[in-house]
Design a protein around this ligand. Sequence first.
Ligand code: ZN
Length: 276
Amino acid sequence: MRSEGLIEAQRKAMQAASQLNLKVETEVNAAMKPENVERIRAAHPDLYDPSIASLPDGWTEAVKVFLEEFEALGEGMMSPGDVSFERTNSGLKAHIFANPEMKWTPRKSWELLKWQRVLYKSVRDVCEWCGKLDAQPVQLGERVTFFLCQQHRTSAEEKLTAQVQAFDARVRFREEVSVLFQERSTVWLNVSDHNTPILRKALTDIKKIVVDRDLIGKIYVTKITESEGQLFLSVRYDQAVDMASRLDVDDIIHHAQRLSDEASLKANRGGHGDDA
Ligand SMILES: [Zn+2]
């Protein structure tokens, strides 16, 4: 099955990445749209719980149906209690804190259990992303199961494949420039998108100097940081490194930092409200 190969690839990339101190993220989630959260809150202000906002958008209707049935168990103006939701790998749990003031007849208790069970099981058929009813469980991450329709299963797999390829590319690049880092160095190479090409070019250029001039083990990159989107690099020179090489490497760093300054200004300007 395709997703198993994908999980294996993801696991390998994560292992390699963690050995090399690269940051890894997997994000294929789709949280509930604010307008749907508001719709639920408006319909059931007394029963609204913050856990609802973190549920997948495609499960909005299932949550609404459950809340309607739960509310109907109340007595007149009396609320049946509080509820919070927990997404699990096998379904959606509704945890109930029943109102002790209310009379919980066996029939009402049974009704409540029934609707909890309906909710728990029914979401498995509902696509988390679009709410379509032909969903199937898809295991995508190491521990996470998603419930997705055919279309979104394909798109989630593609998204994850792209992430795995991006990890692999980072791992390969880290290996390519490994002569610039001390053994067990904890320098991280993950930087913002706008700084990635700038960092790569700088490290590749420094590596060329180090290798061509026989300076392996004498010049190390000791720090790569970002502050407000701007990239900063620090380098340590061994006493044996000649002045010309130091100046050349310093030039590369200054040039990279200048490019990053411009790129971060541009990214900040164009980036507002565009976090997707
Ligand atoms: Zn879907």
